[in-house]
Design a protein around this ligand. Sequence first.
Ligand code: ATP
Ligand code: LTN
Length: 349
Amino acid sequence: MIEEKIEQKQETEAQQAPRPKTVFSGVQPSGKLTLGNYLGAMGNWVALQEENRCIFSVVDLHSITVRQEPAALRRQTLEVLAQYIACGIDPEKSLLFIQSHVSAHAELSWVLNCYTMFGELSRMTQFKDKSKTHADNVNAGLFTYPVLMASDILLYQTDFVPVGQDQKQHVEIARDIAERFNGIYGNVFTVPEPRIAGTGARIMSLADPTKKMSKSDKNQNAFVLLMDKPEDIMRKFKRAVTDSGSEVRRGEGKHGVNNLIAIYSAAAGCTPEAAEERFAGKGYGDFKKAVGEAVVEVLRPVREKTEDLLNNKDYLEKVYTQGAENASRIARRTLEKVYKKVGFIKKPF
Ligand code: ATP
Ligand code: LTN
């Protein structure tokens, strides 16, 4: 009798408990990850694992919108997976998988292509930028990139998408596609919301602080890599472009100092105001050294753990195999619903 009551109580509590929110994000294995990727994306995912259902993918399908060398792509894919774990993403708590292992992404993407307008895609700033930087290869995949990203997000009925500032527009088009589809067929997709990092949301190049820090920059001094050695990190910050002034204080047009203060506060875990106070009366030289040291300390465990994991390929294989199985199961449910809604005959096997 008592047991029954307890069971009943547990059931009611379970019904009343809010559904955990689903979080989805991804990084392209298009090169070596930078401090920008860490502060704008992965570094912020760790805390989300405690209270949400988190799904993180290494989005290799996206990366071939720009030509990749096959052996390097394979290496980088494993390296990104290892770096997810090294940053503190726990495969026991979060689902980690490689995008090309779950065919539903490409399949949903085709359907959603037919619900996305040419004009909408033409307005995407990433497409416009990449068409300029890769003028010799403006392929259709580069154009429909946001549709594949919408598919990634919508397949898992995602509530939140934690990304850097540059990806906000892509999450917004995913919302528009979801709302359009739901408007025609009823509630098929959860409409996702972007979650943009605070101070780390847009880390700028150390060589030209008016440009985003990007792993595909030709200038090696423009970015800090997660795998850079401490002496390289210190050298890159020492050379970082600042402004003509001398005060460590943010200000309009002070792109270099603004960026270094953002990096320092994100790495040292303080507010930009506290960073300014800490360096009041100090020169740029001392400040740049302190920024370098703070970054070295944040990245040291990530680099060491990544190196360990890359020596344990069996473990990584286990993680991505299990991840692909679990992700496929969830993704298939949404894909079947979509196929049914648009009028496809149920698959016989
Ligand atoms: P690429 O240079 O090849 O276009 P990328 O360095 O921009 O790549 P992505 O794989 O496209 O990296 O981005 C992965 C995540 O990192 C995204 O959430 C993106 O918003 C974030 N991110 C990338 N660069 C920065 C940056 N400079 N500052 C903050 N966040 C960033
Ligand atoms: N386009 C993203 C990577 C990405 C992504 C996603 C991020 C692909 N699919 C889904 C969040 C959710 C980028 O960072 N360049």
